[in-house]
Write a protein that binds this ligand. Structure first.
Ligand SMILES: Nc1ncnc2c1ncn2[C@@H]1O[C@H](COP(=O)(O)OP(=O)(O)OP(=O)(O)O)[C@@H](O)[C@H]1O
Ligand SMILES: [Mg+2]
Length: 282
């Protein structure tokens, strides 16, 4: 297996100059947090997982969140994803005040506005790609998509969007790691969220598949979807538009990506270098 470091990658085109937002994005704030602190009390000890984090994320951004193990990345993502609540500080999502909401209100908000992608894909094993993707629609708390035909159509469209229109009936074990992650991305997209949150989405993937998944994320972002991606890999962060680095629960760096890489171009370069017949056409 080659690593990303030993592949020669094309230098970015001028069109990829540092810009924090996708072309055409409105720049409206999607996330606004101020003074967000998360304290875990362990006996007599207090662990400050987050320590007064301020952050604004605008519509159309693609952000990589970096930082060493224990720096607070997952804690931040869980709060932004309305899976957890801050000990102190304010959070507005799409203009709606989130801190202080009840569990049910948070669940509704997640349903409406957020899509999640995880390192381990989290697909149901004995279930087809199509059924996996349809699940969030069936379990929609408000029953927004009542009719079965509409739900099917939406699930098929989501799988087509991630390039898996030919794999609808495959079970996870019949798909490659990259394809499984694309099913998970389709599942996150099917409810048409405002924001996609991904915690180490390429952590279980080899370098080539990582670039494939990043190409998909870049394509989705170019189409206007706002993306936050936690990653340990600097190579992965170079596909984002902005990098936020955490240390000990604080933001220590926040900057646009200079010389942002184009994953589709990187893939083309790799495929161009691969002798014919070695690549899986799927
Ligand atoms: N439920 C919990 N109870 C107590 N402490 C916690 C809990 N969850 C996280 N922590 C602590 O909060 C800090 C931040 O953890 P977090 O999981 O956010 O780190 P991370 O940056 O995601 O790390 P990794 O890269 O290893 O996933 C760590 O010191 C961790 O031990
Ligand atoms: Mg983590």
């Amino acid at each position: 297996m080659t690593t990303m470091a030993d592949q020669t990658i094309m230098s970015p085109s001028p069109a990829q100059a540092a810009s924090s937002r996708a072309p055409g994005a409105t720049g409206k704030p999607v996330i606004e947090i101020a003074g967000v602190t998360k304290v875990y009390t362990m006996g007599d000890n207090k662990v400050f997982a987050l320590h007064g984090v301020d952050l604004t994320v605008e519509n159309g951004e693609m952000i990589a969140i970096m930082g060493s193990s224990g720096s607070g990345k997952s804690t931040l993502m869980n709060i932004l994803g309305c899976l957890d609540t801050p000990t102190a500080g304010s959070y507005h999502l799409d203009g709606i005040r989130v801190d202080g909401m009840s569990r049910n209100q948070l669940a509704d908000l997640r349903n409406h506005k957020l899509g999640f992608v995880f390192q381990g894909f989290n697909l149901l094993a004995r279930t087809s790609a199509l059924d996996n993707v349809e699940l969030p629609l069936l379990y929609d708390r408000e029953g927004r998509w009542k009719d079965g035909k509409t739900m099917r159509r939406m699930a098929v469209a989501a799988l087509e969007r991630v390039g898996l229109g030919e794999r609808l009936d495959h079970h996870p074990s019949e798909l490659s790691g990259g394809q499984q992650q694309r099913v998970a991305i389709a599942r996150a997209l099917v409810t048409q969220p405002t924001l996609l949150l991904a915690d180490e989405p390429t952590g279980n993937l080899d370098s080539h598949t990582t670039i494939e998944v990043m190409a998909l994320f870049q394509e989705l972002n170019d189409a206007g979807i706002t993306l936050l991606i936690v990653t340990h890999e600097p190579e992965v962060a170079q596909y984002a538009r902005r990098i936020i680095e955490l240390r000990d629960g604080r933001v220590i760096r926040d900057h646009p990506v200079e010389g942002r890489r184009d994953a589709a171009a990187d893939l083309e370069k790799i495929l161009g270098d691969t002798p014919a017949g070695e690549e899986d056409a799927a």
